[in-house]
Design a protein around this ligand. Structure first.
Ligand code: B4P
Length: 183
């Protein structure tokens, strides 16, 4: 099974949910930039306060900060990993390509989770995190369309992309993803 993975998709598609399950069952490092940024907020540092304001608006946190977080984790970890919610724009994807070349590692598969806006909004409103109100969700979807969707073409051209329908039960979607990673 593929060991170096990237999960891509709109907010609420279930990247975190599936990434956590798969990483636990396969012993992969689960690297969620969203979780790491929220941990910084929880820590209550000055940096955390800045991050909190950006997340609350539904914007992206600065590339430099996110890259520093990812670099420190990947440098400490030579085994399999699953990147969830990173990269989120082309600059981050290009920086990741450079970082992986430096570490002599490469992405083996990119899983694109696809879901209609109606279901995305429903799921996020149900989750009820601080940045899950309808106005901010709509802005996050817009940011996704403008900044993150160019990555679909980037990874398609590299021959790494596999799309999966993200509607259905958590288990059913998990089975679809495992089937894509089997060889
Ligand atoms: P993230 O933490 O990445 O969160 P997300 O995209 O909103 O959610 P995800 O797709 O992981 O959905 P989940 O499994 O939780 O980003 C939050 C913010 O952090 C961003 O807006 C940005 O500000 C910042 N950020 C993160 N990474 C960044 C980066 N690289 N650069 C800059 N800024 C960055 O599922 C959603 C809900 O659906 C849950 O309640 C779940 O239980 C439910 N669900 C999941 N699967 C389901 C299913 N099959 N059926 C029904 N419900 C389901």
């Amino acid at each position: 099974m593929k060991q170096r993975l990237l999960f891509l998709g709109p907010p609420g598609a279930g990247k975190g949910t599936q990434a956590q399950r798969l990483a636990a069952s396969q012993g992969l490092l689960h690297l969620s930039t969203g979780d790491l940024l929220r941990a910084e907020v929880q820590a209550g540092s000055e940096l955390g306060r800045q991050v909190e304001a950006v997340i609350a608006r539904g914007e992206l946190v600065s590339d430099d900060l996110v890259l520093a977080i990812v670099r420190s984790r990947l440098e400490q970890h030579g085994q399999g990993w699953l990147l969830d919610g990173f990269p989120r724009n082309l600059a981050q994807a290009e920086a990741l390509d450079r970082l992986l070349a430096e570490l002599d590692q490469r992405i083996e598969r990119v899983v694109l989770m696809e879901l209609d806006d109606g279901l995305l909004i429903q799921r996020l409103l149900g989750r009820g995190r601080a940045d899950d109100n309808e106005q901010v969700i709509r802005h996050r979807l817009e940011v996704y369309r403008q900044q993150t969707t160019p990555l679909i073409e980037h990874y398609r051209q590299l021959g790494l992309l596999e799309a999966v329908e993200a509607a259905g039960s958590v288990e059913a979607i998990g089975e679809r993803i495992s089937a894509l990673l089997a060889d």
